[in-house]
Each structure stands twice: as structure tokens, then as C-alpha cells.
Ligand binder design. Sequence first.
Ligand SMILES: NC(=O)c1ccc[n+]([C@@H]2O[C@H](COP(=O)([O-])OP(=O)(O)OC[C@H]3O[C@@H](n4cnc5c(N)ncnc54)[C@H](O)[C@@H]3O)[C@@H](O)[C@H]2O)c1
Length: 469
Amino acid sequence: MKICCIGAGYVGGPTMAMIAKQCPEIPVHVVDMNQERIDAWNSDRLPIYEPGLDEIVREARGRNLTFSTQVDQAIAEADMIFISVNTPTKTFGMGAGRAANLEFIEKCARQIARNAKGHKIVVEKSTLPVRTAEAVKRILSSECSGATFDVLSNPEFLAEGTAIEDLLNPDRVLIGGESEAAINALSDVYANWIGRERILTTNLWSSELSKLTANAFLAQRVSSINAISALCEATGADVDEVARAIGTDSRIGPKFLKSSVGFGGSCFQKDILNLVYLCEHFGLDQVAAYWEQVVTMNDHQKTRFSERIVKTMFNTVSNKKLAIWGFAFKKDTNDTRESAAIYICRDLLRERAQLTIYDPKVPEATIRRDLLAACTDMHGHVNADDQALIENNVTVVNDCYEASRDAHAIAVLTEWDEFKEVDFQKIYASMHRPSFLFDGRNLLDHPKLLECGFEIHAIGKSPEQRSNN
Ligand SMILES: NC(=O)c1ccc[n+]([C@@H]2O[C@H](COP(=O)([O-])OP(=O)(O)OC[C@H]3O[C@@H](n4cnc5c(N)ncnc54)[C@H](O)[C@@H]3O)[C@@H](O)[C@H]2O)c1
């Protein structure tokens, strides 16, 4: 058995590293058309930050884990081919802003068909709209030079930041397919470290839909608690107390009830919009509207936060230095895709704030690229004002202290653990008065910060509630 994986991103890289670690007898070849990414996978500075990943790659790389750009050769040699390429939201044409862009999937399928000989098991690891496997099968059979294929759906449920733990000990592995032999072959790979009882098998379409549904349900919980956070701020209830009270109900459970500036990441919004598009396609307009509201609520949460900053700071942040702590979409990842920080920073820049941004893992080039992208219109243009603001009003620095010196306010946008450990007396001493702290993750010890002298504004906590502390 030889495995190849097309796509060396946040899913392909860690997933294949785990398979290679747990199945030392199976050669695993990860390929990507992005030479820079492959060079990074072959270096000591991996292209993605994920706790525990370095050790696993170091153990398996060169033994049974290889990375290259030799896509054709890898396809020809493999018995099982995982497709882990990106499936972003379409930005053009039919379904723009909602449907998944499947051009990378189609290219992969055609490339597999051209280079395959004998029998191959093709595994959809990417998140795909329901019935994509059917399209993949048609492409494989129409382009192919005599090879035969089984197509399986095996969506990935890992979360960035905890990917290694999720891969090591998943709640379940889902395999959808029609061929029992192919399902067994893939189950045997996972059974090297995962109990058979946690390997669920379904038909292809249930498996594809389950991934979209799982992300929609998770995102819905976040939007639900965020909706309640707005009501808490208005009424004096405390969202963390409400979350604890409802989370101890075993029917509800405690996970995904942390209120914040809004969810981010490459998947939740994309997958819900994809679900919305599918529902509309099948004429289920009410169902589509129901799920779309999860995304609308998330956008509202981000806007609400930047508006609250401006209103609190005497209705103007123009030329005021604001320290931004955190830019990644969550802690323990360098991924910034759809990070709430991007949109909050953009809105604050448009209010003419001077932003000093610090994130432990996100490089300056990524921050500037993301802000430019957030200011780019449908035709690919960035207006001159926005461009000038990103150039002149953004400084990226190396720690929280530098970010906060001479600042009027701090906004915590990612829940990095190191933010809890800083010397707040020192930070407070270096800031203007009043020293505002907007905790977008309810991460910090608010009573302690109040004692230091900060004026705290946190998600789902009203000023009235604060004065009761
Ligand atoms: N990121 C997550 O947390 C996560 C979790 C579960 C599922 N997913 C799904 O997994 C898929 C991949 O996500 P990701 O975050 O790893 O994306 P990514 O953008 O990090 O990686 C995709 C990689 O595929 C490569 N690629 C695209 N077309 C190619 C081709 N034809 N040949 C060779 N390489 C090609 C790109 O260069 C890129 O490096 C998506 O469908 C996503 O929805 C992501």
C-alpha cells in the first residue's frame, strides 16, 4: 500500500504526518503545486504552526513521509490518493459569495485520471458540496486511460490549534462510499491507531453532507451565544455565567459556548454559505435563510465590537494609538483566514486609528496582505484611502509591551495564553489615561485589571455588571 496526498495545507500536511507516524510501513507522499510550501515542509520551519506537529514530522520525514511537487509521479505510484486541496467560496460568476469553488478539485481529478494506471482509491478529504463525488467519478472515468477507481468521502474534522490531538484521538472517522473493499482498505489504515467502533461508514452523500452539517452546528452555537452576549451587555447579565449555567445542562453541553468577537477560520463561514447555496439550489429558501443567519450574526458581532470601541472612546479613535493583541483566527495557529481581527482592524483603520499589532505567530507580510484583501472590492481594486491607511496607520511589533506603549486602548482579538502572563502594571504605566482594555475573548482577569486602573469592556458584560464586581 502506498499513499499520496494532493494538497500540503492545514489538512493535508498534519493528516498525512499522522498517518505516516502511525503506519511506519506505509509510504506517504504529500504533493503540492506550491514549491515554497513544499520547501517549507522539507525544512526546519514548517509552513504551518500547530502544537506537536514539528515532532511528528521530524520522526516520519525521510522514513515514510515525503513532500514534493512531483504530482504526476506521486499519483502514478500510489494505491490510495487523498485530495486535500482548498475549496474556497466562489468570488465570481454563478453562486459567487456562496457556492464552493471546485476548480481545484476538478483539476486534481483530471490530473489523477491522466496519470493513473491499474486500480486507485480516490479519497475526498477536502470539504465538498453534496454529490461532488459523482462529478469526480465522471471526470475520472471520462479522462482515464484504462485505470479503474473507487471514490470515497472521508471528511476531516480536525480543528486548527488542536489538530494533532484531534488526529490522534478523533471522536470519529467518517468514511462514505459504495465499494466495501475500498472502505475496508481505508478503515484498515485508520485502525492502526483508532478503534474500529469509532470508524463510521455511510453512503457517499451522507458523508459529504455530514461535514457541512457539523460545521454549521458548531458555528450556530457560537452565533447563538454571541447573540446572547449582546443581550447581556444591554441587561447586566454576564455571558460567561449564562454559558456556564446552560453548558452544565447535559442536553446542551459546555463546548462551543465561549462568546467572542466572532468565529473565523477558513471553514465555518465557507461551509455554511455552501450549505445555504445547496438549500437554495433545491428550492429550500426557508432552510437557506435559517442557516444564513448564523453568518449574518457573526458579521454583526465583529461590527458591534469595533463600534463599541469607537463609542466608548468618546466617539473618536482618529489618530489614537490602539494596541491590537492577536491577529490569528484562534490561538495556537498561524492561520488568519477569515479572522475576526482582519475586519475589526479594517473598521478601526477607516476610523483613522493608528494600529500597533502584535501576534506571536503571524508575520507582518500576512497581516498587511489580509488587510489589503479586506479592503479589495469585487473588481480587485483597493481605493487609495484604504491603501494609504494600511501603509501609514499600521505598525507590526514584536511584543505586547511595544504594542501598548503610548496607546489609548488595547483590543484583545485572539486568545493566546501568553497574553494572560504579561505584567499589566507595566503595560498600564506606559499607556494614556483613561486606559481602555477591550477584551474580545473574555480572556483576562478583569478584577485584577480593574485594580491596575484599566477601564475594561468585555464581550457580554455591561458596565453595570462590571461595577458589581
Ligand atoms: N483548515 C481546516 O481546519 C480544515 C478542517 C477540515 C477540513 N478542511 C477542508 O480541507 C480542505 C483543505 O483545507 P486547507 O485548510 O488544508 O487548505 P490550504 O489552502 O491550506 O491547502 C490546500 C493546498 O492545496 C494545494 N493545491 C490546490 N490545488 C492543487 C493541485 N491541483 N495540485 C496540487 N496542489 C494543489 C494548494 O497549493 C494548497 O497548498 C478544504 O476543503 C477545507 O474546507 C479544512
